[in-house]
Write a protein that binds this ligand. Sequence first.
Ligand SMILES: CC(C)(COP(=O)(O)OP(=O)(O)OC[C@H]1O[C@@H](n2cnc3c(N)ncnc32)[C@H](O)[C@@H]1OP(=O)(O)O)[C@@H](O)C(=O)NCCC(=O)NCCS
Length: 227
Amino acid sequence: MGDNERRYRFDDSYEESVPLSDGQRVHLRLMRPSDKELLRAGFEQLSPDSRYARFMAPKARLTDRELRYLTEVDGVDHFAMGAARRHLMSKDEGVGSARFVRIVGEPDTAEPAVTVIDAYQGKGLGSILLQRLIEAAWERDIRWFRSELLAENKASRAMMESLSPDVQFRATGDGALVATIPVPEPDQTPTAPGFFVGTPVQKLLSAVARATVSVRPRVTRPPEPPG
Ligand SMILES: CC(C)(COP(=O)(O)OP(=O)(O)OC[C@H]1O[C@@H](n2cnc3c(N)ncnc32)[C@H](O)[C@@H]1OP(=O)(O)O)[C@@H](O)C(=O)NCCC(=O)NCCS
């Protein structure tokens, strides 16, 4: 069966309302081409630090070309979903997104990216998005996530470690880490927000130890802008 005929749980009909740790609910669905304004407005809500952590460079705004790349996705090799707060009297507010881009020439490997606007960070949304991203990746035959991140990006490291005890970090020598994570089978993926392997001290120690382990080559960036 070709990819066009395959039925996915995470397709255009997917919708979900999830609670954050503070009790607020956010609405999850796949990204659509009409989400450009929502994404642009969400990007405006990211602090300079979060933008730097996400794009690994200072970033003032998303260009029209980048917005097209980020919203006009095929759903198989480039998958993207968004999280929004729904307001009765005003427009939806984009509060987070998650995506993966399959690496050219490595059909079982993709580069993931998760972003949560600053006002919503630390409430479990990043972990929820990552967990859904894993399920979507698995059903599209992706078995590895490979991601380059800033070594100081503790939130991102904690999130990855929460997913799999087998995450491997390799230092690149320029302040970045390449993380390689075996994509866990969905039924083995922790579903509860806030599920983390080990205590913070254990996690910190294991991350430090793993930063010296090299298991996969450095990420080859796809030619398009990051998402
Ligand atoms: C990384 C990011 C997506 C995490 O989203 P989030 O909604 O805050 O994540 P969660 O609330 O699910 O928390 C995940 C883990 O990170 C930890 N964490 C969150 N913010 C943190 C921070 N500033 N410093 C250290 N740890 C942090 C949480 O405590 C949690 O681990 P714990 O339960 O062991 O404490 C978010 O911080 C973000 O968008 N950052 C900017 C962009 C980025 O770095 N993206 C990742 C690279 S693509």
